[in-house]
Each structure stands twice: as C-alpha cells, then as structure tokens.
Design a protein around this ligand. Structure first.
Ligand code: ADP
Length: 363
C-alpha cells in the first residue's frame, strides 16, 4: 500500500525544463492518470517516481518517507512499459518469475504468485509459451503479470495500451479497471489519450509544458475545466471556443458580441469587462430553424457517427460544431439556427482562465 507525494518536483535536461514544480498527493489505492499532449513531461514525471530519472529539484515521498535517493529497485514500485519489455527467449512463466528468482524467493512461493497472476489475467494456458507466440494483448497482460507477482506498493504504467489496436484497447481498459478494483493498489498511469484518462482514472492530472493545468475527477474536469487548455483537451469532440466581447450588461442579463451577431444571456455577467472566450461543448449546441436560435450559421459538412451526427458549421466565418442525436441531415451551405444550452456555457478570460461569477438560468 502506498501514498505518493510530489512536492514542487522539477526536471531539467540541460536547458530544457521537462517538468516544472509539480506538486501532487496520490492517496493509497487511487488510480491517477497523467494526461497531456506529447512532450508535456508525463513520462519524465513517471520515470522520476519510478527512480529511472533523477529528480532535479523538489521531493518525492513514498508513505511519507523521502525517496529521491532510494534506488529504483528498492522503492517497491513496479513499472509496466508500452513496449512490454519481455525477454523473448524465456517462457511467460519465467518472464514473470525471473525477478522473484533473482530476489531468491522460495520456489513454491514464486509458483503460487505466478499462478495467481496468470489466473487474474487469464494467461494460465500460455505460461509455457514464449512472448513471440502470444498476441499483443496477451503480451501486455504478461507484462502486467510480471508487475503483479512482485506485489508492489504501487503500479506505474507508461502508455501500456498504445501498441494495441482500438478494439483491444477498449477491452484492456475494462481489464485494468477490474484489476485495480481487485488489487486495490495505488496506480499511476500515463497516456496522451483523454478517453483512456476519462474511463480509467479516479483522478486525472492534466499536464502542459511540464506544468499541472488541473487535477480532478473525470467529471470535475469535464464539467468545470479551469482553463481553455483543459476545456479543449478533455472531451471529444472538442469544446467550441468562441471569441466574444461583452457588448452590454445589466444586473441580470448581458450580451456577448460575436462578430456581427450577439448572444443575449440571462444571468449575472461574469466578472470580466474584457474579451471573453465562450466555451460550449458540441452536445450543448442545438440545431434549430434559421432565426429560432441564438444566431444563424452556415453548414460546412456533416459527419455521420450512427447514433449521432456531428455538424460542422461556421458563424461569421468562425467554426462551430454541433453534436445532434440520431441521423440528422444538413446540406453544405444550408442556413441553420444554433441554440446554445445556457446552463452548459463556460466563460474564460483573455488569459484563458475560467471566469467565475456567472450565474446562468436554464432556457
Ligand atoms: P511526454 O511523455 O509527455 O511525451 P516526456 O516526458 O517524454 O513527454 O518529455 C518532456 C520533455 O523533455 C520533452 O521536451 C522531451 O524532448 C524532453 N526530454 C525527455 N527526455 C529527455 C532526455 N533524456 N534528454 C533531453 N530531453 C528530454
């Protein structure tokens, strides 16, 4: 069991600051997902926790004990890599047993642990095979099994599903969730895939340029993004961000200028008198008859997803997407009205940070 604490942790490679002052408290048994675009520092952060990279400044504590100087092998953590890192010439059994044999664990204890892990991961029938004779998903399960037999305090996963095809990734996500529930161990998981983060995490840490942008449960981040970056990164299709200005305001109503159009919003205006970035998710934009919405837009194209239709349109030349239920049809160039769902609007200042103070009303 492990609680992990990062206090103002940074990593420098020469002039590059890969991780900048990250502070994070991971409770015992939590499933924390580090997510962000390529190069944001998530692998570096995970590798520092694992002990594979030195921490330049700041402190890592494992169960309240400083761990910066503790070697990777002595931290009691197990890492699972994207590349599986299995020994090709050894059977799956030996791949799992190898580390324990080196640690001179009694043979029967090793057998007990390997068999338990193999049962959990449905690998019993494959223990005598070599990695080359296994599918990608089975290989990744074997790599996870090798971590499980060590009975680590915490599991560290570095993009473990990236090499698998889409269908297998979905299946493995379910297995990892079930495994977390069964083992109850702390897990820290790195991915660039926000869907993976949303479906696996008890808490998500969104990183950009080596810094934490926001930490929260999947729905906290989805419903209350702290800034434009998180708003755009979490959720698919992406949130629409429209550049607007407050054109008029009173105590209970305000008008946002959007090029030549204006959106009137009932409610106390947000605490800003400057430019406002209006965020609205595609599922909160309704396509209505021209003139019946907040403004009219011109349809560019439709994507038919089966259960939903994604309608790409422009308003005053700026793109906006609407996600409609069912199989809607709209022709290129068609004029439509768009209605924004009031209680689902997000307001961000010119600096990209979420504005507070808006109290909207349902329409
Ligand atoms: P991510 O996992 O989010 O894609 P990384 O943690 O791998 O990002 O990298 C973060 C930044 O640090 C990147 O700019 C990367 O080029 C740099 N970086 C990572 N490892 C090294 C290294 N060994 N030497 C120099 N720069 C590195």
């Amino acid at each position: 069991m492990a609680r992990l604490t990062l206090e103002c942790v940074s990593k420098r490679y020469g002039k590059i600051e890969a991780v900048r002052g990250v502070s994070l408290d991971v409770a015992d048994g939590e499933f924390v997902v580090l997510v962000g675009p390529s190069g944001c520092g998530k692998s570096t952060l995970l590798r520092m926790i694992a002990g594979l990279e030195e921490i330049t400044t700041g402190e890592l504590r494992i169960d309240d004990v400083r761990a910066n100087e503790i070697g990777a092998a002595d931290r009691g953590l197990a890492m699972v890599f994207q590349s599986y890192a299995l020994y090709p010439h050894m059977t799956i059994y030996r791949n799992m047993a190898f580390g324990l044999e080196n640690a001179r664990m009694p043979r029967d204890e090793i057998a007990r642990r390997v068999e338990r892990a193999a049962r959990m991961l449905r690998l019993e029938a494959y223990l005598d095979r070599r990695p080359g004779a296994l599918s990608g998903g089975q290989r990744q399960r074997a790599a996870i099994g090798r971590a499980i037999v060590r009975d680590p305090k915490a599991f560290l996963f570095d993009e473990p599903l990236s090499n698998l095809d889409a269908e297998l990734r979905v299946a493995m996500r379910k297995e990892l969730s079930a495994l977390h529930a069964e083992l109850g161990r702390t897990m820290i998981y790195v991915t660039h895939d926000q869907v993976e983060a949303m479906t696996l995490a008890s808490r998500i840490v969104v990183l950009q340029s080596g810094r934490i942008e926001q930490v929260g449960t999947p729905l906290e981040l989805y419903n209350h993004p702290a800034n434009v970056f998180v708003a755009g990164f979490i959720g698919s299709p992406r949130m629409n961000i429209l550049e607007t200005r407050i054109a008029a305001r009173s105590e209970s109503r305000f008008t946002l200028g959007l090029g030549e159009t204006a959106v009137v919003i009932d409610g106390q205006p947000p605490s800003s008198n400057e430019a406002i970035q209006l965020g609205v998710r595609p599922e909160h934009v309704r396509v209505v008859a021209p003139g019946a919405g907040d403004f009219n837009a011109s349809v560019e194209h439709c994507e038919h997803l089966g259960a939903h239709t994604l309608i790409h349109a422009t308003v005053n030349g700026r793109p906006i997407t609407a996600l409609q239920e069912g199989q809607a049809s709209a022709r290129r160039g068609e004029r439509v009205g768009l209605l924004l769902r009031r209680e689902a609007l997000h307001f961000f200042g010119a600096d990209g940070e979420a504005l507070t103070g808006w109290r909207g009303r349902t329409r």
